[in-house]
Structure formats: structure tokens, C-alpha cells
Design a protein. Structure first.
Length: 321
């Protein structure tokens, strides 16, 4: 398979998967179910959806502010408005081509703030590593809160704990061997992976070398608390989800977060993932689907609107550059 075909597949497969999942979701619901979902969406309290959008915007604002904390130690302090617009433009690009947003964001800040592309891109990679760590931390917290449900699920499915422990041990052995060969790599594909891993480690270590470590941590916590909060408040828009506990919201949030990485902006998969998690907590499929679609569509509309405005306004705000 040549590189051109690989690039085409990388760009189109997630989008095609999302479109397929929308069609699949439509096909497995009856006409009555579809009617009920549409009614639930129409009757939702959109005051809480607007609050969710505000919280989402604030999370992006704090991300723009935090970005300057990474850029300042390497000698750059771009205007905050350029940071915000670069971030929204990047999110919009990711809806079309996965992971293209990071490249566009670095290119944008390089164009309008004269920051070398490599340095800007390096700070974005550092951000992504921190975000992955935060997501894994939330997954861990969610797992601890869901211990009883997980054990009940294992019991219902008659899952053998010995097999799970064995698989874990085998994975640990293979992981250790993989790390050993990566560490010793001097050429070929393993060397490329080694450089990627080293880059990620360097990205994380750069955070601990900055002067405002505490401020960076506070902004990071604010970003992720706002992510959860914008998910949390949407539950009040639908009567059936209004009383969901924190554990249910966190579980659905994690499912949605992973869905966002599987298809372009979670298209198709996000509502399915969220709805299936909410089913575990006694939420009907109709209400779960409505919740998932309201959450996904509202945030996507915000990204499309502000992303498009950013593309339009960036050259206007920077006409002298």
C-alpha cells in the first residue's frame, strides 16, 4: 500500500465510519423510537444546553491561556485572541480530517505570531500528553466509582478472574519486552517509535521546567472540570436524566471522550456510546439517544460556528502581519 493511499484512508475512514454508524443507529431504531427521540430533543430544556455551551467556551478560553504558559519559557507571548481563534480553527479542522487540527494550530500561530512551527507544535504535543494523562486519571476515578457495577457485570457474564489476571500478566510481559527493544533500537521502525516516545517524554518534562507549574496545573484542572461540568449540566435538560449520579455522568463522559477519538469529532459514534452507558443506569434508549445527540450536536455547532468565524477573522485581526 503506497503512502498516498494510506493518507487517503486515514482521512476518509473515520468519517465513513461515522456516517455508517449514523445509518446503523437509524436502522436499528423503529419509526416509533425515532419519533420519540425527536420529541425528547424538541422538549428538552435548552437553558441547560446554553449553560453547557458557555462552559465549553470557557474550557477553550482556559486552554488558550494555558498555551501561553508553555510558550512563554521559550520566548514567545502571542495575543490571547490569536490563541483562541487558532484553537477553534484547529477543532473545526479536526471535524474534517482527524489530527489535522494540531498542524493547523501550529501553522496559524506561526503565521500570525512569528513563532517557529516546530516550537509551537512541540507545545501542542506537550498539551496533548497532559490531556491523555488527565483522561486516564478520570478513567481511573470512574473505574473506582464503578467497582460494584463492574463486579456485578463480571458475575452476570460469568467472567473468569483468572483469565483476566493471566491476560494482564501476558500484557505486562509483552509491554516490558516492547520497552526493552524500543530502548535498544538503533535503526528502522523501532527507532522511529523510540523518537516519538522520547518526544512525548520531553513534552511532559517541559511542563515541570516552567516557572508557573502551579498555575499550569490549575488551568489544566479547570479545563477538565469544565469538560465534565458542560456534560453534567445537560442532564438537567431531559427529565429522565436529571437525577443521574456523578458515577453515571463520569462513565458516559469517558465513553464519549473515547468516541471523539474514533471518528471525526465523534460523528455517529458519540451518541451511541453515551446512550449505551446510560442504559446501564436505567435510562431508556430514547432518553439516552436524545441526551447523546443534544450533547454532541450542541458542542459541534459551537465548534463549527466559532471555527468558521476564526478562519474569517484571523486575517482581519492580523492584517498588519
Amino acid at each position: 500500500m503506497n503512502s498516498r493511499l494510506k493518507n487517503i484512508l486515514k482521512k476518509t475512514l473515520p468519517l465513513l465510519l461515522g456516517v455508517f454508524l449514523i445509518g446503523y443507529s437509524y436502522s436499528i431504531t423503529s419509526q416509533e423510537d425515532r419519533k420519540n427521540i425527536v420529541e425528547a430533543i424538541k422538549e428538552a430544556d435548552y437553558f441547560w444546553v446554553l449553560i453547557s455551551l458557555l462552559l465549553g467556551f470557557l474550557s477553550h478560553f482556559f486552554r488558550a491561556v494555558r498555551w501561553n504558559l508553555l510558550l512563554k519559557p521559550i520566548g514567545y507571548q502571542p495575543r490571547l485572541i490569536n490563541n483562541i481563534m487558532a484553537i477553534f480553527a484547529a477543532y473545526l479542522a479536526n471535524l474534517g480530517i482527524p489530527r489535522s487540527g494540531e498542524l493547523l494550530r501550529a501553522t496559524t500561530i506561526s503565521t500570525y505570531e512569528n513563532i517557529p512551527f516546530q516550537k509551537g507544535f512541540g507545545t501542542i504535543i506537550a498539551e496533548r500528553v497532559i490531556d491523555v494523562i488527565m483522561l486516564l486519571l478520570i478513567v481511573l476515578i470512574t473505574g473506582i466509582l464503578q467497582t460494584e457495577i463492574i463486579l456485578d457485570y463480571f458475575a452476570a457474564k460469568q467472567i473468569n478472574y483468572t483469565k483476566i489476571i493471566t491476560i494482564g500478566c501476558v500484557a505486562l510481559v509483552f509491554g516490558s519486552l516492547f520497552y526493552y527493544f524500543i530502548k535498544k533500537a538503533r535503526s528502522g521502525f523501532l527507532l522511529k517509535i523510540k523518537h516519538i516516545v522520547q518526544g512525548l517524554i520531553e513534552g511532559v518534562s517541559s511542563v515541570f521546567q516552567m516557572k508557573n507549574k502551579l498555575l499550569f496545573i490549575l488551568y489544566t484542572l479547570a479545563i477538565w472540570l469544565l469538560y465534565i461540568a458542560m456534560f453534567w449540566v445537560v442532564k438537567f435538560s431531559i427529565p429522565e436524566t436529571a437525577d443521574l449520579p456523578v458515577s453515571a455522568i463520569l462513565a458516559a463522559f469517558v465513553a464519549g471522550a473515547f468516541a471523539m477519538t474514533a471518528t471525526n469529532g465523534g460523528i455517529g459514534l458519540y451518541p451511541i456510546a453515551v446512550s449505551n452507558i446510560l442504559l446501564i443506569y436505567g435510562v431508556s434508549k430514547t432518553a439516552g439517544d436524545a441526551f447523546g445527540w443534544i450533547m454532541w450536536s450542541s458542542q459541534t455547532i459551537m465548534v463549527v460556528l466559532f471555527g468558521a468565524l476564526s478562519f474569517l477573522l484571523l486575517p482581519i485581526f492580523n492584517k498588519n502581519k
